[in-house]
Design a protein around this ligand. Sequence first.
Ligand code: AMP
Ligand code: MG
Length: 285
Amino acid sequence: MHYRKRFGVEPGSKVDLSKVDAGFKDQHETHQDALAEIEAHNQKMHDLQYLMYAEDRRSLLIVLQGRDAAGKDGTINHVLGAMNPQGCSVTGFKVPSKEEAAHDFLWRYHKHTPGKGQVAIFNRSHYEDVLVVRVHDLMPKSIWSKRYNHINDFEQMLSENGTHILKFYLHIDADEQLRRFKQRIDDPARHWKISEGDYAERPYWDAYTKAFEAALSKCSTEHAPWFIIPSNHKWFRNLAVSKIVTETLESLHMKFPEPTVDIDQIRAKYDAIVNRTGDSDEGMS
Ligand code: AMP
Ligand code: MG
């Protein structure tokens, strides 16, 4: 099954998150069953990212959004773990600084978008400006309601500049969030992840649902699609994201660039050195 189609939000459709099963895991029962497939996709993702870096013509922007404890950090660890750090960047977006808040809302995001050959991952993103801002009335509706169009225009511009955009909403249900909060309390190695904010946001669950549904419905486009990833099972979330990244990179039909040198001439130079000195790799060792 093509996961791009299975989990992609059809442009123009209206998203109802209550209809999406956050516990979905497709044909695999357990993480163990899925390991071989996950490994195969990671290998492909690695090779394709290498090709993108070598080709140096276009780029990939991966946007991660989700509620607290939805697994944004875990997804980054998984996806990046399969890539060469040299071609990647990760940027997390928190409450805007004074300087950021003094600019238009897209200013702070634009400068972290990927350059040619690069993969950039956004841990939270320009969508916060129609999520937390909308839920908590940080700006009047007359301002945030115009941002969906601003976002679509911004993403279209990036796309026309050679950036492929994939946006993942990591979908967990309320019970799973509570289970993860409990894990964080019970495991001292996770205490550092606990924030007051997690508990402050929880009563706004339904308001966030509406805000996510609006963003997913208004801003899923051909060139910058949203995907709703069932994320109660971390391994399935990882599998789905790497499958979609892989399917997308494959669809670009990238090629290694033509060599900048004449390979026959270079081979002749190499042979001349070896013949003159009698050196070879073996000879040197
Ligand atoms: P975390 O990702 O857990 O470190 O939390 C970052 C916090 O920054 C979250 O509570 C976000 O809602 C908040 N945040 C991110 N972007 C914005 C924004 N544009 N305006 C207000 N709050 C934001
Ligand atoms: Mg957090």
